[in-house]
Write a protein that binds this ligand. Structure first.
Ligand SMILES: *Cc1c(COP(=O)(O)O)cnc(C)c1O
Length: 378
């Protein structure tokens, strides 16, 4: 008989979500407006320490709006982390702008501030600064924010934080997403909390968030006949999904604790194996371990991460390679990249293990046993 399926990261509902959804049904607020949306925006902003939030239909939509709000136009350049999911960069293309990808550092796996500094200095010399910087906080760990915020301030470039994977993380005690001009989050089904699909845009700038809501509602001006002077989008979150989000917010800290516990169990069970290195936790903050990621050095291990991944798949266990750097994606073949070797190395040797907050210790032990078995078989 096949083993029970162990997936990478699945939704994990708490006690309250269904109650909030019932409330929406009972009051017939089955719409992209309603009391749960307002409450979700307020509660969420408080948790991340931003003044305002706009709930939208996805993290990608939030990022698209963010780029529109800072004035990105066709032909502009936007700097973006290269080691990330494609949604970090797709909205750049939606707006007809051009991404320039920036490599990671080995400590945080996120954008290397030294490379950003060099790239901005070069661009300043030729008077061709980017219109925005998209900084990704990968796998539950923030990038090294302080130097990056300083650089963006120095050159007067809006910083947009893609914190889709990093809700619950901290940088010097504060939440990612609250450092830049705009922060975005995702509530897709695989994220640390989920509304099945959804996203949030946060900022301390009220005008900006009002404008985000306006653009997300078809840029409809307040006139009975629906007046439009701009083209907008249909990007608002539904009141039902906002209800789920409110319930999920109440268990966020438990979810972070569970994912960090997963990491610890993996570390105890695997760290002694030759050639295995876990994604480091930078000393400036808390890593949520949204996903537990590791790299394998095949020279020391006699096995590579792909062999392990395929073996786990035969045991009904889902693991994934680390994100393929965007500068290696065919669709971005023409785009410039600053550095790239670190992200490539992490991709070629990296593996993400099942990391859901609903996994049991038995599940984790099974994953560990299968990895150890394969290690000594090959
Ligand atoms: C999930 C994710 C997004 C996109 O969020 P959606 O809600 O799925 O649109 C953006 N950036 C990163 C880094 C992500 O992991």
């Amino acid at each position: 008989m096949k083993n029970k399926q162990i997936l990478l990261s699945t939704p994990h509902m708490g006690e309250q979500e269904l109650e909030f959804v019932k409330e929406a049904f009972n009051s017939n607020w089955i719409a992209p407006v309603g009391p749960h949306i307002n409450a979700f925006e307020t509660e969420f902003s408080q948790i991340v320490g931003s003044k305002y939030g706009a709930a939208v239909s996805s993290g990608t939509a939030a990022l698209h709006l963010a780029l529109r709000l800072v004035g990105v136009e066709p032909g502009d350049e936007v700097f973006c982390s290269t080691l990330t999911f494609i949604a970090s960069a797709s909205p750049i293309i939606y707006l007809g702008a051009k991404p320039v990808f920036i490599d990671s550092d080995r400590l945080s796996w996120n954008m290397n501030p030294h490379l950003l500094r060099e790239a901005l200095a070069k661009r300043a010399q030729i008077n061709k600064l980017p219109k925005a910087v998209i900084l990704v906080h990968l796998y539950g760990q923030t990038a090294d924010l302080e130097p990056i915020v300083e650089l963006c301030n120095e050159y007067n470039i809006p910083l947009i934080e893609d914190a889709a994977e990093a809700l619950g993380a901290t940088y010097k005690g504060k939440s990612p997403g609250s450092f830049g001009k705009i922060g975005i989050f995702s509530f897709n089904g695989n994220k640390i909390i989920t509304t099945s699909g959804g996203g949030m845009l946060v900022s301390d700038d009220q005008e900006l968030i009002d404008k985000a809501r306006f653009l997300a509602t078809q840029a409809r001006e307040p006139a009975a006949h629906y007046q439009h002077s701009e083209i907008g989008y249909n990007y608002r979150l539904s009141n039902i999904l906002a209800g789920i989000g409110r319930g999920q917010l109440r268990v966020l800290q438990e979810r972070v604790a569970a994912r960090r516990r997963n990491f610890q169990i993996y570390q105890q069970g695997l760290a002694h194996l030759p050639g295995i290195d876990f994604m480091p936790e930078a000393d400036y903050g808390t890593h949520t371990r949204w996903l537990t990621c590791l790299t394998i050095d095949p020279n020391l291990a006699n096995v590579d991460q792909e062999t392990i991944r395929l073996h786990l798949a035969t045991q009904n266990i889902e693991s994934r390679p680390v994100w393929k750097p965007l500068h290696l994606q065919p669709v971005f073949a023409d785009c410039e990249v600053i550095g790239g070797e670190v992200a490539e190395d992490l991709f070629y040797r990296g593996l993400c293990l099942p990391s859901g907050s609903n996994l049991s210790v038995t599940d984790l032990k099974q994953v560990i046993d299968e990895i150890v078995k394969k290690y000594y078989q090959s």
